[in-house]
Design a binder for this molecule. Structure first.
Ligand code: PMP
Length: 412
């Protein structure tokens, strides 16, 4: 699994040259992009792979005997194989392409869990979930009479594992947990949580949207049952992502959406389903997106996730130190094990004002509830400002952020 070429030291200047957008200015200042947790920027490798696809190979996949269709199919299915290898899936049949994490979770809710639920059965999630790992279960609750339970967090923004374990009753039909919180940066001990759930015979869905760009994900080592991801968080295109689950689990699930591609035979009386993974991929897919996802996987693999993670840890450490020096700045999310995400408030300045002011210094911060309103409620804030770092950020950019925040503070 480990890429032998990846043991190189991390050459940040070379890496930055891979991302053309980093050359641009905003309000006359160099762009300092600190919104990677919302959507990462794309390297040339991804941009060129999608460009080449449209210029040279564009056609619909799977159904054509002509050369372009076969080339498009090879590229699209090659990306599936690449992703399967990247996350250590047993086979590419375990990779269902979706629009992203959100669609992957909805697929599990409607196809896996809905037929298995009786009124009073429980779905367990945690207090730090993204709305995409809350709302699909609430909708399922309305449809089935199931009960939604929530495992608590502490004031550092860490899961309370004992309390979580105490909630693993024999009524729980699924545990949904975020691998890395987009709002707090917390890295959850997902393998340990999966072992805990296994002892109670409870399947686990991992929301891996934020994990993919920051850590080496091995779905078998994690021991989860479902893993959901989005390409745009991992330097790939928007509108494509994937659900991973074991073949036996996917075989046991009915299709979710009906249409072309997912069938084997259709008559007006009855239809039969295609094999995996096509059974869950109704309609023409995001082919260029898949090709771009494949290129993003190769890009991350080429740099080496262990090397990326080590570099990002230095960014997080420096950013935390620098921001702590700012009078009145409160960091929300101080877990012992964190990804390079720093959420904060600054005195009484509304995060949206803060975001607007630092934008004038070229700094792109995200402000708001980050699709985690319950996290905001827990910490008693309406919103935070969030600096989220990627493999292309630098220590100097942390200084630009800190200086811009000092200037904002001085204005109020
Ligand atoms: N979960 C987490 C932790 C996220 O950060 C996001 C995106 N912000 C999602 C789920 C949803 O991902 P998408 O919008 O790509 O479906």
């Amino acid at each position: 699994m480990t890429n032998p070429t990846a043991a190189q030291p991390f050459d940040i200047e070379r890496v930055r040259r891979d991302f053309p957008i980093l050359q641009r200015t905003v309000h006359g200042k160099p762009l300092v992009y600190l919104d990677t947790a919302a959507s990462a920027q794309r390297p040339l490798a991804v941009i060129e792979a999608t460009d080449r696809f449209y210029r040279e190979h564009n056609a619909n996949v799977h159904r054509g005997v002509h050369t372009l269709s076969q080339e498009a199919t090879d590229l699209y299915e090659g990306a599936r194989r690449g992703l399967a290898r990247f996350i250590n899936a047993d086979s590419e049949r375990e990779i269902i392409f979706t629009r992203g994490t959100t669609e992957a979770i909805n697929l599990v809710a409607q196809s896996y869990l809905r037929p298995r639920l009786e009124p009073g059965d429980e779905i367990l999630i945690t207090h730090m979930e993204h709305h995409s790992n809350i709302v699909p279960w609430q909708m399922l609750r309305e449809q089935t009479g199931a009960v939604l339970k929530v495992a608590p967090i502490n004031d550092r923004g860490e899961l309370e594992l004992d309390a979580l374990e105490a909630l693993l009753s024999d009524r729980v039909r699924l545990l949904g947990v975020v691998h890395i919180s987009n709002a707090l940066g917390t890295i959850n001990p997902v393998a340990e949580i999966c072992r805990m759930a296994k002892r109670h015979g409870i399947p686990v869905l991992v929301d891996g949207a934020q994990a993919m760009p920051h850590s080496r994900v091995d779905v078998q080592a994690l021991g989860c049952d479902f893993f959901c991801l989005s390409a745009h968080k991992m330097y790939g295109p928007t509108g494509i992502g994937a659900l991973w689950a074991r073949e036996s689990t996917l075989e046991s699930m009915p299709p979710w959406q009906g249409g072309g591609e997912m069938i084997s035979r259709v008559t007006f009386e009855q239809s039969t389903w295609n094999e995996l993974p096509a059974k869950f991929e109704a309609g023409t897919p995001n082919i260029a997106g898949g090709v771009g996802l494949g290129a993003a996987v190769d890009y991350l693999d080429g740099l080496g996730l262990e090397v990326i993670a080590a570099y990002e840890r230095s960014l997080l450490k420096y950013a935390t130190e620098r921001l702590r020096e700012i009078d009145g700045l409160r960091i929300i999310g101080t877990a012992g094990n964190k990804a390079p995400v720093v959420s904060f408030t600054l005195g009484d300045i509304h995060p949206h004002d803060l975001g607007t002011i630092v934008d004038h210094y070229g700094v792109a911060l995200r402000t708001g509830h980050h699709c985690t309103m319950p996290v905001m409620q827990f910490f008693g804030v309406p919103a935070t400002a969030r600096a989220s770092f990627g493999l292309y950020n630098t220590l100097e950019e942390v200084d630009v952020l800190a200086d811009a925040l000092e200037k904002a503070r001085a204005m109020f």
